[in-house]
Design a protein around this ligand. Structure first.
Ligand SMILES: C[C@@]1(CC(=O)O)C2=NC(=C\c3[nH]c(c(CCC(=O)O)c3CC(=O)O)Cc3[nH]c(c(CC(=O)O)c3CCC(=O)O)/C=C3\N/C(=C\2)[C@@H](CCC(=O)O)[C@]3(C)CC(=O)O)/[C@H]1CCC(=O)O
Ligand SMILES: NC(=O)c1ccc[n+]([C@@H]2O[C@H](COP(=O)([O-])OP(=O)(O)OC[C@H]3O[C@@H](n4cnc5c(N)ncnc54)[C@H](O)[C@@H]3O)[C@@H](O)[C@H]2O)c1
Length: 223
């Protein structure tokens, strides 16, 4: 397994099966892509297709249908997804989603199998986000429960990383535009992201973090 971050902007993700797992997958992709869930019934965490009052600010579309294994390929052809998620509780339907997707060169996520995978088959990792920082982790499909437990540890570990990314990114651009030689610039940025003082300062606010960072930078640049 090789981890990659994939941009699904402008793409369609189709999820077969609207139960607990299908619902979690749909909500995991809905910020990035148009998401279509095909299922005879839908988990309560998905907006009801029959409720005129339901909030429509989500990109999730619900299609009420229960295609059998033979009909799955036709649904995939009509919807034209970049990724198909097999999340029904019917192994034959999930297998049909996988083979139809692979035949068409479409990425596929089987939620009901772990371990070895066919080429083109993807695992959805446990994810921690502190924008723009994203940590994704997988146990190679061996132990989803461990992936979740590790994700909870990392959540605490990366607290504040989003602010640090923004600050150090800004400093990097400034030092570049000031014409600081690359070696010095790299050393300054490396020290900033490792500085306990800067991390602590950022907890109090961006300007505190910036002040701490400036001290570190001055030391490196000998100014
Ligand atoms: C990371 C996460 C993302 C997500 O799904 O969104 C995810 N599973 C999560 C949680 C979770 N899933 C399960 C439990 C119950 C405990 C347990 O059984 O272990 C828990 C924990 C819990 O709920 O507490 C059950 C389960 N999961 C799979 C099977 C099928 C099988 O093993 O054959 C079964 C048994 C079903 C059954 O027997 O009924 C399969 C997969 N689940 C994966 C991902 C992929 C491998 C990821 C990796 O490489 O580690 C893979 C292979 C396919 C895929 O879905 O891509 C999400 C964490 C969300 C978070 O961060 O909180
Ligand atoms: N990846 C994971 O994290 C994970 C976790 C638990 C379970 N699972 C596996 O994922 C599968 C789904 O789990 P769940 O808890 O969501 O089950 P569930 O029973 O809550 O949901 C299954 C959904 O699939 C729908 N469905 C059935 N036949 C269909 C068809 N022909 N076309 C479209 N939809 C159809 C059902 O109506 C239901 O809404 C199970 O096979 C289970 O082994 C995976």
């Amino acid at each position: 397994m090789t981890p990659l971050y994939h941009d699904f902007a402008g793409e369609t993700v189709v999820v077969f099966g609207g139960g607990a797992v299908g619902s979690r997958k749909a909500r995991g992709f809905d910020e990035a892509a148009r998401v279509v869930v095909v299922s005879p019934d839908f988990d309560e965490r998905l907006p009801s297709p029959d409720d005129p009052e339901a909030e429509r600010d989500t990109a999730i579309e619900l299609l009420r249908a229960a295609p059998d294994a033979d009909a799955v390929a036709g649904w995939i052809d009509r919807l034209g997804p970049a990724l198909a998620v097999a999340a029904t509780d019917d192994a034959a339907v999930n297998a049909a989603v996988e083979s139809a997707a692979l035949d068409r060169g479409i990425l596929v996520n089987r939620t009901d199998v772990s371990g070895g995978r066919d080429p083109g088959s993807v695992v959805v990792p446990a994810t921690v986000e502190d924008e723009p920082v994203t940590v994704a982790l997988s146990t190679g499909g061996t132990s989803p429960a461990l992936a979740k437990a590790l994700r909870e540890r990392i959540e605490a570990e990366i607290e504040g990383a989003g602010e640090m990314a923004a600050l150090s990114g800004e400093i990097r651009e400034e030092l570049k535009s000031e014409g600081i030689p690359p070696e010095k610039r790299r050393e300054a940025v490396r020290r900033v992201v490792r500085s306990r003082g800067v991390w602590k300062g950022l907890q109090k606010g961006r300007s505190n973090g910036r002040q701490e960072a400036d001290t570190v930078i001055e030391e490196v640049l000998d100014r």
